[in-house]
Write a protein that binds this ligand. Structure first.
Ligand SMILES: Nc1ncnc2c1ncn2[C@@H]1O[C@H](COP(=O)(O)OP(=O)(O)O)[C@@H](O)[C@H]1O
Ligand SMILES: [Mg+2]
Length: 490
């Protein structure tokens, strides 16, 4: 039919705008048979009789038939009850049209004219490329779900307003990051540091990886970890803590890194002990105090075992990680071998280094990709998580001025399985895949704003994401997907 009419370049007419349209809302009554062509999330163009063309997405369709209304008894209902099929002459189909904007010379603009009822609505075919209306950006991500050739443009200037990728386990977050977001960031000129929590999502696929235990963690982070491990060496949080202070000084004043674990541990212990001995004032009271401190030190070192010390014997410094990322374009920190607290300690160390650089007004052009985000910044952070959460928030604020883009992946949006709310507020671009039922409430908020039904979000296929926020040239979310290159996967 399209070829007959010579409409290769044109979208096909699918219906007309119904009564009650405004400049920002409309719905379409489909021509007969078009209900088998137009789908949820189909892209259409409204030829507004009041002027201009308006790009829109079909969402939340409905089939209507007066004859079979179920609010009261009617002849149609009576007919159906007898097992016969009532007439379908009064049947028609409508779709809500979520307005993207008016098509202008340089991309999309806010639509200001009221959309005239009975304006013709046309649907794009595979021959078209509606993405061209979204602007001329040469930076693209994935493709519009319906057609692999429709690459979705993104706004580069908002990359360092940070990115969140949400979806249940198995929804395709890590794949999206690996196949689309990371290559996009590379094309935009960012060097990339990936924190691979499980060591299985990125490390096997990139050449340049650094194992967790080869990274040097700064002394203040080591002491933070030891404090956590030993419950503050037996002191209450805010108390003056001479034992912790002595261990910290011991870490700073001995050459323990690069030594075998047993030797390193012994060095730290002996040094801390001697510091505590020297610190004690003279007299029996002083000796008593010193003995008390040394007891606490001994008790703590039952927990600070060789294995614990071994975690921190690495010598690669954060600046070397950054240099590697800059030289090779990308580096993956493989965190598979390590306890949670150690992972957080390493992350803290790297992140703090980046923060210091930015405080010295250095521009970074770096993206920090954080998979399994709630491990670092959960809903209610505790212990070291509190520090990493605060640090991420600070990085976000500084990053906007100094070219650091934070990319966080999380299986939940809000609540218990979700990302810390203060962190999430900083992620101005979001990719939302299939969500967890616990996030139903979040989904309802999206539904209220954009007609995307919560049911749709709960059942999205893997590798499908709604793209919304600053980097999206369209004010309404677009459903995107991406193709995985089988060879690159192997
Ligand atoms: N675009 C895609 N096309 C086809 N399959 C995909 C796509 N994205 C992801 N998948 C499949 O989904 C699975 C889970 O993806 P993954 O990124 O590991 O999920 P998550 O990180 O959300 O747990 C992958 O193993 C892959 O088989
Ligand atoms: Mg994953």
């Amino acid at each position: 039919m399209i070829a007959e009419k010579g409409w290769f370049e044109l979208p096909i007419p699918v219906g007309v705008v119904s009564s009650g349209a405004s400049e920002s809302r409309a719905s379409v009554i489909l021509y007969d048979g078009m209900e088998k062509v137009v789908k949820n999330e189909s892209l259409v163009i409204i030829r507004n009789r009041n002027g201009g063309d308006v790009l829109a997405v079909c969402r939340g369709g409905k089939g209507l038939n007066e004859n079979v209304k179920t609010s009261s008894f009617s002849p149609g209902v009576a007919y159906a009850k007898t097992g016969k099929v009532p007439s379908s002459v009064k049947e028609f189909y409508i779709f809500n049209l979520e307005i993207i904007g008016a098509v202008g010379a340089d991309g999309i603009q806010q639509n200001k004219f009221i959309i005239a009822p009975t304006s013709i609505v046309e649907m794009f075919t595979h021959e078209d490329d509606p993405m061209k209306y979204l602007g001329k950006s040469d930076l693209k991500i994935g493709h519009y779900w319906a057609e692999p050739r429709w690459k979705v443009p993104v706004l580069k200037q908002y990359i360092n307003y940070h990115i969140g990728i949400f979806g249940v386990t198995g929804s395709g977050k890590s794949y999206l990051a690996r196949y689309e977001v990371i290559p996009l960031l590379r094309r935009a000129g960012y060097s990339i540091i990936v924190m691979d929590w499980k060591g299985s999502d990125y490390a096997p696929y990139f050449d340049n990886t650094i194992p967790l235990d080869s990274i040097k963690v700064d002394n203040s982070t080591v002491i933070r970890y030891f404090n956590h491990l030993t419950k503050n060496f037996g002191y209450l949080g805010r108390e003056d803590n001479p034992v912790s202070a002595a261990v910290e000084r011991a870490l700073r004043t001995t050459e323990w890194r690069g030594k075998p674990p047993q030797e390193a541990r012994e060095l730290i212990y002996m040094q801390a002990k001697s510091i505590l001995q020297q610190q004690a004032s003279t007299g029996s009271k002083g000796r008593e105090m010193s003995l008390f401190w040394q007891n606490r030190l001994d008790a703590a070192f039952e927990l600070i075992t060789e294995e614990e010390v071994e975690r921190f014997l690495g010598t690669i410094e954060p600046w070397q990680i950054l240099t590697q990322a800059k030289d090779k374009g990308l580096v993956v920190v493989d965190m598979s071998k390590g306890e949670k607290e150690q992972k957080l300690a390493v992350f803290y160390s790297i992140a703090r280094y980046l923060k210091r650089l930015m405080e010295r007004k250095q521009r970074l052009d770096v993206a920090l990709v954080i998979d399994e985000g709630p491990q670092y910044a959960p809903w209610q952070p505790r212990g070291l998580e509190r520090d990493t959460t605060d640090l991420i928030i600070e990085l976000c604020a500084l990053g906007r001025s100094y070219g650091l883009s934070i990319v966080i992946l999380s299986q939940g949006m809000a609540g218990e399985i979700g990302l810390n709310a203060a962190v999430r507020r900083n992620l101005n671009t979001q990719f939302i895949g299939r969500i967890h039922p616990l996030d139903f409430e979040e989904a309802q908020k999206l539904a209220a704003s954009y007609y995307i039904s919560p049911e749709t979000l709960l059942t999205l296929p893997e590798g499908h994401f709604y793209f919304l926020g600053r980097m999206n040239p369209s004010p309404t979310p677009l459903l995107i997907s991406f193709q995985i290159d089988k060879q690159a996967r192997e």
